[in-house]
Ligand binder design. Structure first.
Ligand code: C2O
Ligand code: CU
Length: 628
């Protein structure tokens, strides 16, 4: 005790000890990252060594100019940490996490600042400060130093411990496949290849945009071989389908992107009927826009009591050969028999056959980045959802995102907002004399169903807007009833400036973080998980969770009071709050991202992960995997 007191009596020694503590915290942070060495690990290893060397230099007092060096080093190291935690630096962790008191890097920064204070105030003690005040000051500094070193070392050490614990009994992600079974096997081949359509080169599956419609029956086993004849690597994601994790098609998370001239086979049993779609999940923003997507329609085993079954894609594919985006045939059809979809090169003249009295189902899939009038990137960022209205007959919204609604009833002309990723299944009976018409917001695109006069549109701007919270009949929902969630997670949509591909950009963020260092939400098998989504931006976002449908609980203060709604892509309007919940029943590592693909490309990606799952895949330039 005596000795300690005499050691601490000398300011230089106190400063040196504080620096040593900072070195210990930095070293522990570096150790925590040792399994996947990145910029952070290297930075803290170097910082730790420098702090250690400075501590020795300070205590030996061999150089009078030393203080200048200490001030400089501490300033650099603390500023890097602060930058890292606010705007983000390339390859680093980004995001506003300054208030996280248990943050090891912040403890290291605090310790360094303390050592500076001790060093600088200790050198020229002020005569005006009484002995008592100075003793109190020392005590406060010592206490702070102790707390900071404790917190820093413990939090970095707990990172090490959790990394070790999870490495104990790991399941390899690639083992999360469909097990053998005797389900009816349906085999498809999708050749990804460039193809000239209407004088422009598109990237296609089997030569068409959208790709071929895959039409199967609930309970089928699908075996789909992707053949890559593109000049770039690619993959396929089965949007909305709860596939086993290894079949999810996300480059860098569940597989490596498939190189040119290679093939890759996906296999899964489809257990849910409904309207789904598939698209590339490598460089998704560019590749999907160039045409790599198609419909996956799953008929219920019990059959559908309809006469006509049409699939319509709302999309804005563009050929990569022009600078400006060419909006190309907004609405496309697939035929009931699963024939090739007709390519609609001219806008506004799509016609579908149906006879008076026939029952028609329209499956409308949103693959449109945003507002149809959007022509440049900055406008595309705004991504207003498209809106459609069906005129000429009452219609029923049978399903959202492929999942049936309870007790839906027919409605009159109503705007249907449709964001990218979402699907509507509509049904109606053909009127006896007139045609039925599907119009978009601008009247620039329409689909005519059946023959006869088309009813002239009513005052379109005064039509009501479809609200999924109040449509259909209430029913018990085991997923949401009774509360009792194992986790309630906050998901905050925001933006801030940060570095992206070497440039300062407006990044789109979830909880202030951007991919590939996005927020990870741990869930355990069997748990019921609630998300509170808070949009702090003035933009629309379409939040899509992989591998799990989710139930909508409420928007702002309004709970769902119509049919339970189970969807996979949620349109979140500017400044809106939503609550959703899902059942964690599909182990793996899953993306949870904004489906406005340009937002995802600029960071808006999180993950939901189950414990003990080891993905050997990585994202980034070295791996060639760029999932967004
Ligand atoms: Cu349509 Cu990440 O997916
Ligand atoms: Cu978004």
């Amino acid at each position: 005790m005596r000795m300690l007191a005499s050691v601490l009596a000398v300011p230089r020694r106190r400063a040196a000890l504080t620096l040593l503590a900072a070195a210990a915290v930095s070293g522990t942070i570096a150790l925590a990252g040792i399994q996947s060495v990145g910029l952070r690990t290297i930075f803290y290893a170097a910082a730790g060594l420098i702090q250690f060397a400075l501590a020795l230099a300070v205590v030996s007092g061999w150089w009078r100019r030393l203080n200048v060096v200490v001030v400089a080093t501490v300033t650099v190291s603390v500023s890097v940490t602060l930058l890292w935690r606010t705007v983000g630096i390339p390859g680093g962790v980004s995001g506003l996490r300054l208030l996280d008191a248990t943050d090891a890097p912040l403890s290291a920064a605090g310790l360094q600042i303390l050592s500076l204070i001790v060093l600088l105030t200790g050198r020229r003690p002020s005569r005006r400060i009484s002995g008592v005040a100075s003793t109190a000051g020392k005590a406060v500094v010592t206490l702070l130093a102790l707390v900071l070193s404790g917190v820093g070392v413990l939090s970095a050490a707990s990172e090490i411990a959790s990394a070790h614990m999870s490495s104990g009994h790991e399941t390899s992600l690639t083992d999360l496949r469909e097990s053998q079974g005797s389900e009816p096997l349906r085999e498809f081949t999708l050749v990804a290849e460039p193809r000239v359509i209407g004088g422009e080169t598109y990237w296609t599956y089997n030569g068409t945009v959208p790709g071929p419609e895959l039409r199967v029956v609930e309970g089928d086993r699908l075996r789909i071989t992707l053949v890559n004849h593109l000049p770039e690597a690619t993959s396929i994601h089965w949007h909305g389908v709860s596939v086993p994790n290894a079949e999810d098609g996300v480059a860098g998370l569940t597989q490596n992107a498939v190189s040119p001239d290679e093939t890759y086979t996906y296999e899964f049993v489809i257990r849910e009927p409904g309207t789904f779609w598939f698209h590339t999940h490598q460089d998704t923003f560019h590749q999907t826009l160039r045409g790599l997507f198609g419909a996956l329609v799953v008929a219920p085993r019990s059959g559908l009591f309809i006469d006509r079954d049409y699939t319509l894609f709302l999309h804005d594919s563009y050929s990569g050969t022009r600078d400006a985006r060419e909006v190309l045939g907004g609405l496309i059809t697939g035929a009931p028999s699963g024939q090739q979809p007709a390519f609609n090169a001219t806008i506004g003249d799509l016609h579908l056959d149906a006879l008076a009295g026939e029952r028609v189902r329209l499956r409308i899939i949103g693959a449109l980045q945003g507002d149809n009038e959007v022509r440049d990137i900055s406008q595309m960022m705004r991504a207003n959802p498209h809106e459609l209205v069906l005129l000429g007959t009452p219609f029923t919204v049978m399903a959202l995102d492929g999942r049936d609604l309870n007790a839906p009833s027919p409605i009159g002309p109503t705007w249907l907002p449709l964001a990218i990723g979402q699907r509507y299944d509509l049904e109606f009976t053909m009127p006896s004399q007139a045609a039925v018409r599907l119009l978009d917001r601008y009247g620039s695109e329409s689909v005519t169903i059946g023959a006869g006069a088309v009813q002239s549109p009513p005052e379109l701007s005064s039509l009501p807007r479809f609200d999924m919270l109040e449509y259909g009949g209430a029913a018990p929902d085991p997923l949401t009833d009774g509360g009792g969630f194992d986790h309630t997670y906050q998901l905050t949509l925001g933006n801030h400036f940060g570095f992206h591909e070497g440039q300062l950009q407006l990044m789109h963020t979830i909880n202030g973080e951007t991919s590939p260092n996005g927020t990870d939400y741990p869930v355990g098998p069997g748990e019921r998980v609630r998300f509170v989504i808070d949009n702090r931006t003035d933009e629309f976002h379409s939040m899509h969770l992989h591998g799990h449908p989710f139930a909508v609980l409420r928007r702002n203060d309004t709970p769902v009071h119509g049919s339970p709604v189970h969807i996979d892509s949620l349109l979140v309007g500017p400044r809106e709050h939503w609550e959703i919940a899902f059942h964690a029943d599909n182990p793996g590592l899953w993306m949870f991202h904004c489906h406005v693909l340009i937002h995802a490309a600029f960071g808006m990606v999180a993950t939901v992960s189950y414990p003990g799952i080891d993905s050997q895949f990585e994202m980034g330039t070295r791996s060639g995997n760029r999932p967004e």
